[in-house]
Write a protein that binds this ligand. Structure first.
Ligand code: NAP
Length: 337
């Protein structure tokens, strides 16, 4: 039997526009045995996130971009195969940020790894329900940044995705009227029929502004912004006095080569006295246990539904990331290694 090898992808050049295979190198090496203080992991799941594409570029961002030649950074889940660290044992389930690698070895700090406690959920939901880029983002972005009140109207875009689907469901739990913007009929039906949103806008086939006028006759109090550009403009133009915008992401620009059109309606921040606040989920890392407890409670009570778009095969990582950014998926995308 041949011994397993560590397969990994490194970033070789900064993508211009959509990620190309030639921006990456697919490498492999013998699995390295852990030295004192290190663990050796076998990756089970890799989380595909829009921020993978941000980290590949050298635009100003919230943490250093991936260095050329380094392993592609990503959130991950795996199991300890060998341990030379007193706090880790073979078989421990760990989550972290060791990236696009199948059998990495290093200190827990270098791998961004920490041990998961026993959880009453399938292991993939450690990434799709209570992950930093899923539940933690939705929970703190909505409840702490947007500060919604029962009876208000909330609009969220990229609404059928990992963050948006949770934001809409949490807002429903908190008694808001929720309108989601997403691409295509199937995704619109998913957020209304399965997740209980009050309305959906298909930005691919409808005029977003006209649809918002119809679905939000009393205006918009809370915007949970994931997209940017013209969709964000359509929302800003319909915000109510003292509305709040939680600026979570601007995915429209992540593959952009030219300046992104909009948002132009910046004046609405003045005219309607809006509070617009950007945030990054890790701003709230110290409070993750609180959010995890709440999300597990709601999910256990059947109030939160999770849809995962599960992919297979390590070599399909680049194409999966391209598809995520094109919206060719439904739910939280994870790849099984
Ligand atoms: N601030 C933070 O800490 C934090 C953490 C996690 C994520 N985020 C941000 O949150 C946003 C959503 O992330 P996610 O993980 O939930 O991704 P996702 O929604 O699961 O997947 C990305 C979605 O973006 C939409 N999209 C892509 N290009 C678009 C365009 N030009 N116009 C409109 N929609 C477009 C597609 O939606 P449709 O399917 O509807 O077409 C696609 O499905 C991203 O901007 C991400 O960077 C921020």
């Amino acid at each position: 039997m041949t011994s397993p090898r560590n397969r990994y992808y490194t970033l070789e050049s900064r993508p211009v526009g959509e990620l190309k295979d030639s921006d990456l190198a697919r490498r492999e090496a013998p699995v390295r045995a852990p030295e004192r203080g290190e663990i050796q992991l076998r990756t089970r799941w890799i989380s595909l996130d829009p921020t993978n594409r941000i980290w590949m570029s050298d635009m100003p961002q919230y943490m250093p971009p991936i260095e050329l030649g380094d392993v592609v950074r990503a959130l991950t889940l795996g199991v300890v195969e060998r341990s030379a660290h007193p706090d880790y044992a073979e078989g421990d389930l760990v989550t972290g940020a060791w990236g696009w690698a199948t059998h990495p070895t290093g200190t827990p700090e270098a791998l961004g790894a920490f041990k998961l406690p026993a959880l009453p959920i399938p292991e993939t939901q450690a990434l799709s329900l209570i992950g930093a880029t899923s539940g933690m983002t939705a929970y703190f972005g909505l409840l702490e940044v947007a500060r919604p009140k029962a009876g208000e109207t909330l609009v969220v875009d990229a609404a059928s995705g990992s963050v948006g689907a949770l934001v809409g469901q949490l807002a429903k739990i908190k008694g808001l009227r929720v309108i989601g913007i997403t691409g295509g009929r199937e995704k619109c039906e998913y957020i209304t029929d399965e997740l209980g949103f009050d309305g959906a806008v298909d930005y691919k086939s409808e005029d977003v502004g006209a649809a918002l006028d119809r679905l939000c006759p009393d205006g918009i109090d809370v915007c949970f912004e994931n997209v940017g550009g013209s969709i964000f403009d359509a929302i800003l133009l319909r915000m109510n006095l003292y509305g709040r915008v939680a600026l979570c992401g601007m995915i429209e620009s992540y593959n952009a080569q030219d300046k992104v059109p909009g948002p132009y309606a910046f004046g609405m921040i003045l005219m309607r006295r809006l509070r617009v606040q950007g945030f990054i989920c890790t701003d709230y890392a110290a409070r993750f246990p609180e959010a995890i407890g709440e999300l597990l409670g709601w999910a256990g009570a059947g109030k939160l539904k999770i849809r995962e778009d599960l992919r297979e095969g390590f070599d399909n990582l680049p194409e999966s990331l391209r598809q995520l950014l094109r919206g060719e998926k439904l739910g939280k995308m994870l790849l099984r290694v």
